[in-house]
Every structure is written in C-alpha cells, then in structure tokens.
Design a protein around this ligand. Structure first.
Ligand SMILES: Cc1ncc(COP(=O)(O)O)c(C=O)c1O
Length: 355
C-alpha cells in the first residue's frame, strides 16, 4: 500500500529527536528485563502529570492497548455488565464480548455542530449491575472532547451505582486548540485512566502505555500485566522517561499541535471541494477526521476498492458499526496526505461514473 491514511496518530518522532547525538548512557543501557510495572523514575514522571498521584498509582504497560486489556480481563467475566461509549476504539467492545460480559452501548451524537455523549442514554443504561463504564476521551474516531461538566455527570452516574470508570485518554495532548482535555483522574474515586505515548506524543513504536488508578487496583492489575507481557522493554522505559521530561514533553506536544493545525485545513478544503459527497464535524483532538459520505456504497467495500485500485488505506465506518462514515488519519506529512486525499476523490469519481 502506498498511502496509509488509516493511522490515528501524528507522523512519528525519531530517536535522534529525543536524544540528540547518541549518548553513551543509551548505548550502555542493559537489555535485561526492566522493572515489571515500570521503573520508579518513569512511574514518578507519569504521576507528575496527574494531580495528587504518586508512583504507586501508576502501572506502566506495553501500549495503552495492554492497559485496556488487563483492566477488562480483571473486571469482566460471564454476565458482568459494562456500559461502553460508542463509537470507540473497538478493543474494549471486542474484549467485553470475548469475556462474555453483557455490553450496553451509549452513543455520541451529532448535536449543535458537535459530537456529544447522550447522557440520558447513559443514565438509562447504567444500573446496579453495572461494573464498569468505558469512555474514550478525546474520542476515537470522532475527535470529540467531552466537556468538563459532562465528565462530572458521567462520574455522578457511576457514583450512584458504585461503578468503575475506565477513561481511555490516549489522545489527550493532541487538541487542536492546545487546551489539554481534562482527565477523569481526581474527579471520582473509582477511576482507571489509560494513556500512553502512541498518539499525542507520536511515539507508538516505544509501546509505552500506562494506567493511573487507586493503589490497590494498580497493584492488582500489575499481576495481570506480569502474566501478559511481563514488563515494558528496557529501552522503551528509558526513552519514555526522556520524552516525558517537562521540557521535552512540551516540545513534543507543540510539534503534534503544529502538525494538526497545519494539516486539518487540507482536510477541510478537500471536504469542501467534495461537498456533494462528504461532510464532517472537524475533530477537536487527534489526527483523525470522521467523514460522513452520501454516495451509495458500503464503507468496507469502498475501503477495499480504494486499497486495491488506489493503494490507499483508510478505515471504514463499518468497523465502528456506522456504515455511512469513513475515518481518515491526517497526521502524515502534507504532500503525502494530499495525494492520499486525491486518490479518495478519484475513487469516488470512478464509482459514480460506473452507476
Ligand atoms: C482510543 C485508543 N486506545 C488505545 C489504542 C492503542 O494504542 P497503543 O497500544 O499504541 O497505545 C488506540 C490505538 O489506535 C486507540 O485509538
């Protein structure tokens, strides 16, 4: 495939951008197993991002996907009930089904020019049986950011039945307006925050994610993590510490914002020139645009043809249970993005001619 617009993060960082000239310390770094829940230094560095958290609240995982996995594994079993925000990164949805949990959805809806969680539907879905409410904020695939007062409403709903909240915040820090999405951490006791370096930091290859939660649960999940991947890689842990030093962190997030701000107008212009076929609510965060389309074709079929005939990959709305949508990643270099988008319009033109 020549053009990959299926990714949701920004064009990745390089080791040299993190380290400058290769320091001897890096070359001499032992390639043994690392501290299995993350080195204390990394856990302290992560904890410093969250109000009143300390190293004991943090479990470092191999990507935020492992963080989601161990949480779901420890919480869910046959018949347990989980309420999941949709659309979503569908890992949580799939895991819940795999663990034979009862899954109830609540949706984000397009309201007043914004994707907003349907809080009334959440209220209806959550009951005394609900063990966990899973949200994704900022949201994949819509790029929506849940407002602060809505976060409090979600906490309030969970509090009434004593449910836990799993908040996947892996796009936090990738806001177009530079205003950091508020975390669920610190607003409610039974919160599990998931985050990592793959999206806002452009470092998916490090495979570093984390959980921030109350100490007892962090300890319990550590055991699940031990039997899943044992530890983060020693080099991933080392480079993550460099990336999260306050100065470097600010530099990385500024680079991400600069890429998003430079590229989103390309998508907006493209949607505007293809307005007979496409529309979208611009994302508030993340390098993803969720496009609604109007031509008559199944989204997976469109994606298959685009890949086969135009060597360009995007994500079908089908994957999110929303057939009339397509998700594109706009975090790649501008020329690359432009060609990928042009190939999409060529494909649409061709399909319409065939009718
Ligand atoms: C919401 C969300 N969570 C988790 C992940 C997994 O990312 P990683 O394991 O690289 O941190 C993704 C990847 O696209 C995602 O979109």
């Amino acid at each position: 495939m020549e053009y990959n617009l299926s990714e949701s993060g920004v064009h990745p960082f390089r080791v040299s951008e993190l380290l400058g000239d290769m320091p001897v310390e890096f070359l001499n770094h032992s390639l043994g197993y690392s501290q299995t829940n993350g080195t204390e230094e990394l856990r302290k560095t992560v904890a410093a991002i969250y109000p009143r958290a300390d190293a004991e609240n943090v479990l470092v995982t191999n990507g935020s996907s492992e963080a989601n996995f161990v949480t779901m594994w420890s919480f869910l079993g046959r018949g347990t009930e989980v309420v999941v925000m949709l659309p979503n990164y569908m890992q949580i949805w799939g895991l819940a089904k795999t663990f034979q949990a009862r899954v109830k959805p609540f949706r984000l809806r397009e309201l007043d020019g914004e994707w907003k969680p349907d809080i009334r539907a959440l209220r209806r879905a959550v009951g005394r049986q609900t063990k966990l409410i899973a949200v994704c904020n900022p949201n994949n695939p819509t790029g929506a950011v849940i407002r602060e007062e809505t976060i409090d409403e979600v906490c309030d709903i969970a509090g009434k039945v004593g449910a836990w909240i799993l908040s996947d915040e892996v796009y936090q820090g990738a806001e177009l307006d530079g205003r950091m999405t508020p975390t669920f951490w610190g607003r409610y006791k039974k919160v599990i925050v998931v985050n990592g370096l793959s999206k806002a930091y452009g470092l998916p290859g490090l495979r570093i994610g984390w959980i921030v939660t109350v100490r007892d649960l962090a300890n319990k999940l550590w055991a699940y993590h031990d039997y899943t991947t044992i530890c983060p890689t020693a080099l991933g842990d080392y480079l993550a510490r460099k990336a999260l030093q306050p100065e470097m962190r600010a530099k990385i997030l500024a680079r991400t914002r600069q890429i998003l701000q430079a590229n989103l107008p390309l998508v907006e212009d493209w949607v505007d020139s293809n307005r007979d076929d496409f529309s979208f609510l611009p994302p508030k965060a993340g390098a993803i645009a969720y496009l609604k389309y109007r031509f008559k074709m199944n989204s997976s079929k469109f994606v298959e043809r685009l890949l086969k005939e135009k060597s360009t990959l995007i994500v079908p709305g089908d994957d999110f249970g929303m057939d009339e949508y397509l998700r594109i990643g706009y975090g790649s270099p501008r020329e690359y993005l432009t060609v990928g988008l042009n190939r999409m319009s060529e494909m649409v033109g061709q399909i319409k001619k065939e009718r």
